[in-house]
Write a protein that binds this ligand. Structure first.
Ligand code: AHG
Ligand code: MN
Ligand code: MN
Length: 342
């Protein structure tokens, strides 16, 4: 049976085929994506049981097998760290849940050329209401010399140096979407064989959409320029397809997944109580900006392209406007520095 007759192409098969396009590639990036996929399948298994905790035992309690139950975000963090530590392709990790980077100190890891950053469970406040949550990941080639441990500099690279980035969404189905500079591809978890299978090849974000996404409850803290843009989104202008619909899940992965598939704009701006916004550059904004840009969209802080920011520290926050090219460009006309909106 050749590939044309095959219905399912697994994540692993796909990444290996992609690697074959580059004679110098060693296959380490494919292996790393497989490892991240494995950790996310383990997280998925726990996420799917989340509603049963009252029956099977609460987090922080001991379950029937005598094992300690962990909060899902801690479980997700520890699972990713342990799978990547066991892998031969990762020199170290940085996580939203850890204060500092974790550099693996075994001899295999010392020779690995990649480091991985992640938000192990994004949107975790949505677990209690059974809405979609996700894992966000980024892969950089390390800048420290091979043969020794990785260093903080490996994790403080701008988004334009990313090798790959993506997310796994634990939604009505479980999907991995990842981007390289070449393309963005989506894989749906086929539970009967436990594999992510290519379901959304070569994803492109529509140039224009009809949805704006922001926590509008914070409006009293927004500046006049942003308020003017929100007014524009709500304005009646049939010829231009407005008013736009408003959708906000409060789980960045879920809001971004909708924005990628349907088009739209997602915003987490600076406001008077959070002058740098809320979302973290290295764990949330950069991977999503890289993916969105590879899909033909745009991502900006309002003053600069997200991917051009050189991070000063691991947990830095930045404002973000991201999504369909035309919509983000329009938003920029309102919110960019110096834009005086009457
Ligand atoms: P996390 O669960 O990793 O802390 O991230 C939550 C983030 C993000 O997923 C979402 O877009 C945003 O917080 C929602 O914040 P608000 O509740 O302030 O709107
Ligand atoms: Mn998050
Ligand atoms: Mn998180």
């Amino acid at each position: 049976m050749d590939n044309a007759q095959r219905k399912l192409i697994t994540l692993d098969e796909f990444t290996i085929q992609e690697t074959r396009k580059f004679p110098q590639a060693t296959g380490e990036l494919s292996a790393l994506l497989r490892d991240i996929g494995l950790a996310c399948k383990m997280i998925n298994k726990q996420v799917r049981k989340a509603g049963l905790v009252d029956i099977l035992g609460k987090h922080g309690a001991t379950n029937v097998q005598g094992e300690e139950q962990m909060k899902l975000d801690i479980y997700s963090n520890e699972t990713l760290i342990s799978v990547l530590k066991n892998s031969a392709d990762c020199a170290g990790v940085a996580s939203e849940e850890n204060d500092n980077e974790v550099c693996f100190d075994d001899s295999f890891s010392a020779h690995s050329k990649y480091v991985v950053l992640f938000d192990p469970l994004d949107g975790s406040s949505n677990i209690d209401v059974n809405a979609s949550i996700g894992t966000i990941f980024s892969i950089y080639r390390r800048v420290s010399p091979l043969g020794g441990p990785c260093t903080k500099e490996d994790f403080l690279q701008p988004g334009n140096k990313l090798m790959a980035a993506g997310y796994v969404i634990y939604g009505s189905s479980t999907m991995m979407v990842y981007a390289t500079k070449l393309s963005v591809n989506g894989f749906t978890l086929e539970p009967s064989i436990g594999e992510f299978c290519l379901s959304h090849p070569n994803l492109k974000c529509p140039e224009k959409g009809k949805i704006y996404s922001i926590n509008q409850g914070n409006s009293s803290k927004y500046d006049d320029n942003l308020l003017a843009y929100l007014k524009y989104c709500m304005e009646d202008n049939k010829a231009e397809g407005r008013p736009y619909s408003h959708r906000y899940i409060g789980s960045m992965v879920a809001d971004m997944h909708r924005t990628l598939i349907k088009g739209g704009i997602f915003m987490y701006p600076a406001d008077s109580s959070s002058p740098k916004g809320k979302l973290r550059l290295q764990y949330e904004c950069n991977p999503m900006a890289f993916l969105m840009q590879a899909a033909g969209g745009l991502a900006t802080t309002g003053t600069e392209n997200i991917l051009d920011i050189v991070p000063a520290e691991l947990h830095q926050r930045v404002p973000i406007y991201i999504g369909s090219k035309q919509m983000v460009s329009k938003a920029l006309e309102f919110v960019k520095e110096g834009a005086i909106v009457a």
